[in-house]
Design a protein around this ligand. Structure first.
Ligand code: 13P
Length: 251
């Protein structure tokens, strides 16, 4: 039985003070989620990682990116040992905004995933097609390349414990969420790909849907057998909305 997971990707939002306030308010929320077998986490900006972790040590906290090297001449980057020093051991890898604005590729994601495996950390590896690819009927082709190239060389245990998020680019921040049927089709397809590569690790890997998830539609996704939760941007920023997401996941 895979545990449900709700993750807020805060992107470049919230000051440290705002992040701290959310983290404090989420203490009760986390207990409520746990009592209903749901794991919850957030990905604040780097500067707020420690603040959030200290304000609510039970909340899962992820960085939104990392570098694959431990240290070096990479201006503006943050390494895995630096995150571990703060007690952060989850990282989002390959978000579509990083792929499109910062030239992240399947190959660079793979290097980061290998580095996370070496450090026993947990990734949320994001995959998803653009609108153009969706309209050209290329979704599965794109997802297959992102999955196979991203996971290349990773071990079975690491893959069993990782999280993969299917986030169609056309649904992110647009209000045009994918139907539950599309989410199930692609999350199921990702699970099949993992099964081909890693056998029963596919039964354990958690696969999330992301893209304009709101309290009003989150339940639909959770009714789908291959969707284990949601990766949420805009609707994760306010604690009330986050609470409603959890409540509607349970219903
Ligand atoms: P929205 O929920 O704002 O569409 O963002 C989704 C996302 O990119 C989460 O990583």
């Amino acid at each position: 039985m895979r545990r449900k997971l709700l993750f807020g990707n805060w992107k470049m939002n919230k000051t440290q003070a705002e992040s701290k306030e959310f983290a404090k308010e989420s203490i009760e929320l986390r207990k409520f989620a746990l009592a209903n077998d749901i794991d919850i986490g957030v990905a604040p900006v780097y500067l707020s990682l420690e603040t959030v972790r200290k304000a609510n040590p039970d909340l899962i906290v992820a960085a939104q990116n990392c570098h694959f090297a431990d240290h070096g001449a990479f201006t503006g980057e943050i390494s895995i040992p630096m995150l571990l020093e703060l007690g952060v051991n989850w990282v989002i890898i390959g978000h579509s905004e990083r792929r499109s604005y910062y030239a992240e590729t399947n190959e660079s994601c793979n290097k980061k995933l290998l580095a996370l495996e070496a450090n026993k950390m947990t990734p949320i590896y994001c995959v998803g097609e653009t609108l153009e690819q969706f309209e050209a009927g290329k979704t599965k082709e794109v997802i297959k390349a992102q999955t196979l190239e991203g996971l290349n060389g990773l071990g079975k245990e690491f893959v069993s414990n990782m999280v993969i998020a299917y986030e169609p680019v056309w649904s992110i921040g647009t209000g045009k969420n994918a139907s539950k049927e599309i989410a199930e089709d692609i999350c199921g397809y990702i699970r099949e790909l993992v099964h081909e590569l890693y056998g029963d690790a596919a039964d354990k890997v958690r696969i999330l849907y992301g893209g304009s998830v709101k309290p009003e539609n989150v339940h639909d996704y959770l009714t789908q057998p291959n969707v284990d939760g949601a990766l949420v941007g805009g609707a994760s920023l306010k604690v009330d909305s986050f609470r409603q997401l959890i409540e509607n996941m349970i219903k």
